[in-house]
Design a protein. Sequence first.
Length: 108
Amino acid sequence: MKDLTSNETAILVAILSLEKEAYGVAIKNYIAKFIHKKISYGTLYSYLDQLFRKGFLTKALGDPVAERGGRAKIYYRLTKDGLAALKSAYEHQKLISKKLSEVLFDRA
């Protein structure tokens, strides 16, 4: 399985956390609070498209919303492969963190 970038990981975490409310604006706002980094909508949708093409996400249209001029929101959910990729990224990050802790703090 290909490694996830930190932005891809953050987006998958946001989608998993938001559950049934995972659509563009909510994902963008969650990431801004979660990693204290703003990303543009263009960047976000580029990542969402890449993650969808990799098979890590599904997307579905919601009902049309009057506040959006009758347009529907696109909702995202993790697939089994997306969840597996996220778990793999977590395990990979744990190994890196463990080694970094040894290098930074375990020196005499």
